[in-house]
Design a protein around this ligand. Structure first.
Ligand SMILES: [Mg+2]
Length: 391
C-alpha cells in the first residue's frame, strides 16, 4: 500500500525553433471546410502535459497527455485530482473506475478520458517505481526479445525529398514505413493522381519486400475512399489508416468489408467500450489506441485482451514509453509505431525534447531495459530553456 499525496500538473509549451507549415503536408478533418488558411493548424500541437502522481514517500510517477494540454490540466485540477488524493496507488482498477464514474456525464471520451489517462499512466509509473520493476513486468512481462518498430513520418512533400527521407530510414535499417497523403475529396482526380504519385515514389525506394502503411488522418470521406482504394491496391499497403472521421463507424465498416486494404484506426477512440463497439462491428483490422488518451494502461490492457479474442492486432499510436510497455507485454501487439527524432514540426517530436529515457531504434527494433523501473522516462533538462512552463 502507498497513499497518493499529491497530483501535480504542468503544461510545457515549446518556444524553440519549429519547422514552418508546408502546403498539402497531410490530409486532416478540416480539409472539407471552406477554409483555405493553414489547414493543419488545429492538429499541430506544441504543448504537452506532464501529470506527476506523488506518493507519501515522495516517489513521483510520471504520466503525460498530448491532447489539448491546458484543458486536460483543468479537468485534472478541477475534477479528477481530489478523487485520487489519499487513495492507495495499487488500487488502480478501483481508481480508474472512480474517475470514470465520477465524470460519467462529460468525461467518457475526449478531454475527460485524456485526463484520466494522464493520471493512470502516473499511477502505473509510480507502482513500477515502488515495486522497482518496469511497467511491462507488472502487466504481462516480456512477450518478445525486442519490439519491431516502423518509421512513421513521410509527410506529403516534393517527390525527391520524400524519396530521400524514405531512403534515410531504409539505411537506418527500418523494414516498415508509414506515409501520409496530401490531397483529399476537394482536390478531385488531380489530387488522386498526386496521392498515387507519393505512394509510388515511396514504393520505388523501399521496394515490395518492406511494409508500407498509408495514413489519411481523417481527411477523406467514404465516397473518396471508395474511389481511391482500388487505385491504391496495386501498392500492396499493409493498411490504410483513418480514411474517414472516427464518428463515421459505418464508413469504417464499409471500407474494411471491401477486404482489399485492411483499415486501421483508433487513435481517436476511447476506452474498452469504444473498442468493443469497433470490434463487434468489424470496423477495423488494426487497433491503434494511444494509452495517453484511451484511458491509460488500465484501459489498454483490457483492449489488448479483447482484441486478441477478435484476432485484431494492436499497434498503438506513437511509440513512446507509455505504449512500448503495452506492446512488450502482450502477444497481440506485434510491433509499434516510431516517430523519428526530428526538429519540432507537427508536435509528436516534442516527446523527445521533453522526456529522456526513450529507447533509440537499432535496425528497426527498440528494446526496453529490464532494470529501469516504471515507465522509464524523466523530464529532460537539456531543452529546458526551449519550454515555457505553466503550472
Ligand atoms: Mg495516425
Amino acid at each position: 500500500m502507498s497513499k497518493i499525496k499529491e497530483i501535480k500538473t504542468t503544461v510545457f509549451k515549446w518556444v524553440g525553433p519549429v519547422v514552418p507549415p508546408a502546403q498539402n503536408f497531410c490530409t486532416n478533418p478540416t480539409d472539407l471546410l471552406r477554409e483555405s488558411e493553414d489547414k493543419m493548424k488545429s492538429f499541430r500541437f506544441h504543448k504537452w502535459l506532464v501529470c506527476e502522481v506523488i506518493d507519501e514517500d515522495g516517489i513521483v510517477g510520471i504520466g503525460n497527455a498530448a491532447l489539448a494540454p491546458e484543458v486536460t490540466k483543468k479537468a485534472i485540477d478541477c475534477y479528477l485530482k481530489n478523487l485520487i488524493i489519499n487513495e492507495d496507488c495499487f488500487d488502480y482498477e478501483y481508481l480508474w473506475e472512480k474517475m470514470y464514474r465520477h465524470t460519467m456525464a462529460w468525461g467518457r471520451k475526449g478531454i475527460g478520458m485524456t485526463g484520466i489517462s494522464a493520471i493512470d499512466l502516473g499511477i502505473w509509473d509510480l507502482m513500477g517505481k515502488i515495486k522497482k520493476k518496469p511497467v511491462f513486468e507488472l502487466i504481462g512481462k516480456r512477450t518478445k526479445e525486442k519490439i519491431p518498430v516502423y518509421a512513421s513520418k513521410l509527410y506529403s512533400q516534393p517527390i525527391k525529398s520524400l524519396q530521400d527521407e524514405a531512403s534515410g530510414y531504409l539505411k537506418e535499417g527500418f523494414k516498415m514505413f508509414k506515409m501520409r497523403f496530401g490531397w483529399g475529396p476537394k482536390d478531385g482526380n488531380e489530387g488522386i493522381k498526386k496521392n498515387l504519385n507519393l505512394v509510388n515514389a515511396v514504393r520505388e525506394v523501399i521496394g515490395y519486400e518492406n511494409d508500407l502503411m498509408l495514413e489519411a488522418y481523417m481527411g477523406w470521406n467514404l465516397d473518396y475512399s471508395k474511389k481511391i482504394i482500388p487505385e491504391l491496391e496495386k501498392f500492396k499497403p499493409k493498411w490504410l489508416e483513418e480514411p474517414v472521421i472516427p464518428d463515421d463507424i459505418k464508413g469504417y465498416v464499409e471500407l474494411n468489408s471491401l477486404g482489399s486494404i485492411p483499415i486501421a484506426g483508433g487513435e481517436h477512440e476511447f476506452t474498452f467500450y469504444g473498442f468493443k463497439h469497433l470490434l463487434e462491428m468489424k470496423a477495423i483490422s488494426y487497433i491503434q489506441y494511444d494509452s495517453n488518451r484511451v484511458g491509460g494502461i488500465t484501459a489498454a490492457i483490457k483492449i489488448n485482451d479483447l482484441a486478441k479474442k477478435y484476432n485484431v492486432p494492436v499497434i498503438p499510436h506513437a511509440g513512446q514509453m507509455h505504449n512500448y510497455h503495452l506492446t512488450m507485454s502482450h502477444d497481440n501487439c506485434p510491433f509499434s509505431e516510431y516517430f523519428p527524432v526530428s526538429k519540432v514540426e507537427i508536435g509528436n517530436e516534442l516527446f523527445y525534447y521533453l522526456f529522456k529515457g526513450e529507447p533509440k531504434p537499432k535496425n528497426g527494433f527498440i528494446n526496453l531495459d529490464d532494470n529501469v523501473p516504471g515507465l522509464g522516462i524523466s523530464i529532460n533538462d537539456k531543452y529546458k530553456s526551449s519550454f515555457e512552463v505553466v503550472e
